[in-house]
Design a protein around this ligand. Structure first.
Ligand code: HEM
Length: 473
C-alpha cells in the first residue's frame, strides 16, 4: 500500500504548539481555516490536532468514495455519535450497522412520495395562518418566524399535535444542538452533573423536550386515536398499513422517544435556518421575486400543468442556490477511517478523521464561478448537468444522506412561493454580506434579519407571460 500522506500545514512530527494552533483555528474559524487549507494544499489536506490525524477533503470524487462507494469503511466518528446520543438517544443519527439499517428502512416509509401531499396540506394550513398574521405587520424577524412555522408544520405532520410552550421548546432544541456542537468539537468537557450555567441549561433542555414528547406519546396511547403519521408508525409498527415494514417488533418507549427526538432535532432547526437565509436572499432582489411571482402566479391559475410538463421550476432553482450559498448543514459529521486506506494518490492511516464541509465545496470557483453571487440559473437543468456530479451536497451523500431531503425541498419551495404570492419583501442591499455567520450545528446568522413586507395587490394570473416560463435565460 502507498505510504504517501496528503500534503498539509505541518509535518508528521508536528510540535505541540502547531497542533494547538490548528485546534483553535478549526474551532473558532472552521470555514475560513478550511478554505485557506484547501486553497494552499489542494483537495486532500492532512494535519494533526493533538494525537488525531485529520484529513480535510474537498473534491467530489474523493467525497463520493468516503460517503458512497467505500462508506462502510468510513463510519461517523464515534466521539460525535456519543455526544449526539446524549441529545437524541439511539436514533437514526447515532446508530450504525444493522440497527441503523432497520431504523432507516422503517423511517423511510414516512417520506414516501405518496405521503408528500399529506405534508403539503399540513404546511399549507400553517403557512396560510402565518401569512394572515403578517397582514398586520410591516416588518418581520425572519428566523423567528421560520422557527415558529417549521415547528408547527413538523409538530402537526409528525405527531399530529402542537407542542405547548413553543418558544421554550424551540430554545431547548437550540440549547441541545449548541451544546452537542460545542462539546463534540472541544478537547475537554466537564461532566454533565456539574452545576455550571451551561450544564444546567443543557439538563433543563433535555428534561423539557423529553417531557413534552412523553406527553404527546401518552396522549396518543390514551386517546386510542390513529392518524397514520410518524408517531403511529412507531407505536403500532405492524398495523395493516405498514405490514411491509421489516421493523415489526414493537419499539421500546426509549426507542420511540429517540426516534421522535431525532426527527425533531435533525429536521426542525436545519429547515428553519435554511428558510431564513432563503427569504433574506430573495428579499434583497426584486427581480428574483418578480420571476418567482410570475411563474407561481401562472401555475396557481387554472393553466393546466401536466406530468409531461418540463418547465423549469424557478422557485426550486432559487431554493437550491440558497442552499448552495448557505448550506444549513455547513459541515457533515466527521467520519473515521476504520481501516488504513487509499484516497487518490494518498495513504489514509487507520483512525484518521475525515472532514467534509459542503460550504467549502459550494464556494469553490472550479464548480461555481463567482461563488459569492446569488444566481439561481446555476440550477437550470442544462447548467446543472454540465457541472461535475456531487458538487452540490447540502443534504450529504450516500447511505446516510438526509432522509428528509425531499420533504425539506418541497416545504422550502412551498413556503417561498406562498410568501412571494402574497408579499413583496425588502432587505437593504449588503445586509446579508454584513452579517456574521455562526457555524454551530446549523449555519445561523448572528442577528436575525428584519425584513420589510408589503402585501401585493391581487392580480389576475397572466398566462401569456412567457418570460416567467423560461427563467433560465
Ligand atoms: C434544509 C433542511 C435540511 C438540511 C440542510 C439537512 C441536512 C442533512 C445532512 C447534511 C445530513 C447528512 C449528515 C452526514 O452524513 O453527516 C442529514 C441527515 C439526516 N437528516 Fe437532514 N437536513 C434537513 C432537513 C431534514 C428534515 C426535514 C428531516 C426530518 C424530518 C431530517 C432528518 C435527517 C436524519 C434523520 C438524518 C440522518 C440520516 C441517516 O444517518 O441515515 N433532515 N441531514
Amino acid at each position: 500500500m502507498n505510504s504517501l500522506l496528503p500534503p498539509g500545514p505541518c509535518n508528521y512530527l508536528a510540535f505541540l504548539q502547531l497542533t494547538f494552533r490548528h485546534y483553535f483555528r478549526l474551532r473558532f474559524d472552521p470555514i475560513g481555516f478550511s478554505k485557506k487549507l484547501t486553497q494552499k494544499f489542494g483537495d486532500i489536506v492532512f494535519f494533526r490536532i493533538f494525537h488525531h490525524r485529520v484529513v480535510l477533503v474537498n473534491h467530489p470524487k474523493y467525497i463520493h468514495q468516503i460517503l458512497v462507494s467505500d462508506s462502510a469503511n468510513f463510519p461517523k466518528m464515534s466521539r460525535i455519535r456519543n455526544h449526539l446520543r446524549q441529545a437524541t438517544g439511539d436514533g437514526l443519527l447515532v446508530t450504525e450497522g444493522k440497527r441503523w439499517h432497520q431504523q432507516r428502512t422503517a423511517t423511510q416509509r414516512i417520506f414516501r412520495s405518496q405521503r408528500m401531499s399529506f405534508f403539503a396540506s399540513i404546511a399549507d394550513q400553517h403557512i396560510g395562518e402565518m401569512l394572515e398574521r403578517w397582514e398586520s405587520h410591516s416588518t418581520i424577524e425572519i428566523e423567528s418566524e421560520m422557527t415558529l412555522l417549521t415547528q408547527r408544520i413538523m409538530g402537526d405532520g409528525f405527531f399530529g399535535i402542537q407542542l405547548e410552550s413553543e418558544p421554550e421548546v424551540a430554545e431547548a432544541v437550540r440549547v441541545l444542538s449548541d451544546s452537542f456542537h460545542d462539546e463534540s468539537h472541544s478537547i475537554f468537557n466537564l461532566p454533565d452533573w456539574l452545576p455550571t450555567p451551561k450544564k444546567r441549561q443543557k439538563r433543563r433542555a433535555t428534561t423539557l423536550l423529553r417531557l413534552k414528547l412523553r406527553n404527546i406519546i401518552d396522549h396518543r396511547i390514551a386517546s386510542k386515536g390513529r392518524r397514520d403519521d410518524y408517531l403511529d408508525m412507531l407505536l403500532y409498527p405492524a398495523t395493516k398499513s405498514n405490514s411491509n415494514c421489516p421493523h415489526h417488533e414493537h419499539a421500546s418507549p426509549d426507542e420511540i422517544m429517540s426516534q421522535l427526538l431525532t426527527m425533531y432535532i435533525a429536521g426542525f432547526h436545519t429547515t428553519s435556518v435554511a428558510m431564513a437565509w432563503l427569504l433574506a436572499l430573495v428579499a434583497q432582489s426584486g427581480e428574483i421575486q418578480r420571476k418567482i411571482f410570475e411563474q407561481s402566479n401562472v401555475e396557481f391559475s387554472d393553466s393546466p400543468v401536466t406530468d409531461s410538463d418540463d418547465r423549469e421550476n424557478y422557485a426550486e432553482m432559487v431554493v437550491k442556490e440558497s442552499l448552495r450559498l448557505f448550506p444549513a448543514a455547513w459541515e457533515l459529521f466527521a467520519r473515521e477511517a476504520s481501516e488504513a486506506t487509499e484516497l487518490g494518490p494518498y495513504h489514509i492511516p487507520r483512525g484518521s478523521l475525515l472532514l467534509i464541509l459542503p460550504i467549502v465545496m459550494h464556494h469553490d470557483e472550479r464548480f461555481y464561478p463567482n461563488p459569492e453571487e446569488f444566481d439561481p440559473t446555476r440550477f437550470c437543468r442544462k447548467t446543472e448537468s454540465a457541472r461535475p456530479p456531487d458538487t452540490w451536497i447540502p443534504f450529504g451523500l450516500g447511505p446516510h444522506q438526509c432522509i428528509g431531503q425531499s420533504l425539506a425541498l418541497q416545504q422550502m419551495t412551498q413556503i417561498l412561493t406562498s410568501v412571494i404570492l402574497r408579499f413583496q419583501l425588502t432587505l437593504p442591499p449588503d445586509s446579508i454580506q454584513k452579517t456574521k455567520v455562526v457555524p454551530k450545528v446549523s449555519l445561523r446568522p448572528a442577528k436575525d434579519f428584519k425584513i420589510a413586507i408589503k402585501p401585493r395587490i391581487p392580480q389576475a394570473a397572466d398566462r401569456t407571460n412567457t418570460e416567467a416560463l423560461s427563467s433560465c435565460q
